[in-house]
Design a protein around this ligand. Structure first.
Ligand SMILES: C[S@@+](CC[C@H](N)C(=O)[O-])C[C@H]1O[C@@H](n2cnc3c(N)ncnc32)[C@H](O)[C@@H]1O
Length: 206
């Protein structure tokens, strides 16, 4: 039996045992940057903006929404950008295993976690175009980049992040172990902090 936000488990005799919350850990994905997401959440002021590039089935998105829900003393506007087509040569196999389009999987996962999709700003398309054309400079308090990992795309995402994040705001991202990501990062930022376990970098925009 399934209902919004939790699943009721039954034991073999049909009796009810403790309900298990459906949360981000149940969503297929690659997210393990909880500490950096917490740092980002803590950094963003009330009514500030967080932009997340690359959501896939919503694992990282659900974690950020969970932070917002638990710490509801401030409101953070959460923008998600994804093509919802997966990344070429990375996600074909997993997309085939879904019985519905990726956006539907994302939407359902948000519902199962108990999050209202109306409270998340979701833009479908390429981050390199959406950021360039649809947002003013120095708009976001923080960006986390986990979209297309090709060198050209990461380089463009980083360049746009520098323009679109406020001075002193956070630019962070995933998959520093991928050579194309590391190369683009080294070229765009001489110095940055990184965490091997979270496979993430973080830098304050200057
Ligand atoms: C590694 S996944 C994101 C994983 C996610 N953060 C998680 O929690 O598991 C990368 C995502 O980037 C998306 N993507 C690929 N190219 C993109 C682009 N140019 N702009 C925006 N999103 C893109 C893919 O559709 C995919 O969902």
């Amino acid at each position: 039996m399934e209902h919004s936000g939790s699943q009721q488990l039954c034991n073999t005799s049909g009796g009810s045992i403790a309900p298990v919350e459906f949360d981000y850990t149940h969503i297929v994905g690659w997210f393990h940057a909880e500490k950096i997401y917490q740092q980002i959440y803590d950094f963003i002021p009330n009514n500030g903006w967080f932009c997340e590039i690359g959501a896939f089935a919503g694992k990282s998105t659900a974690y950020f929404q969970q932070l917002c829900k638990v710490n509801n003393h401030k409101k953070v506007n959460h923008l998600v950008i994804d093509t919802f087509e997966g990344t070429k040569n990375e996600h074909e196999h997993i997309l085939q295993s879904f019985d519905k389009p990726l956006f539907e999987v994302f939407r359902e996962n948000m519902e199962k976690c108990g999050f209202n999709l109306d409270e998340i700003f979701v833009k479908t398309g390429k981050s390199q175009e959406i950021l360039l054309y649809e947002f003013p400079h120095h708009f976001f308090d923080a960006i986390y980049i986990d979209g297309d990992h090709s060198y050209e795309a990461v380089k463009m995402d980083l360049k746009l992040a520098k323009l679109k994040v406020k001075k002193g705001g956070i630019i962070a991202g995933h998959d520093i172990d991928i050579p194309s990501v590391w190369r683009a990062l080294r070229e765009e930022f001489g110095k940055f902090e990184f965490d091997k376990y979270q496979k993430s970098f973080i830098v304050y925009n200057y």
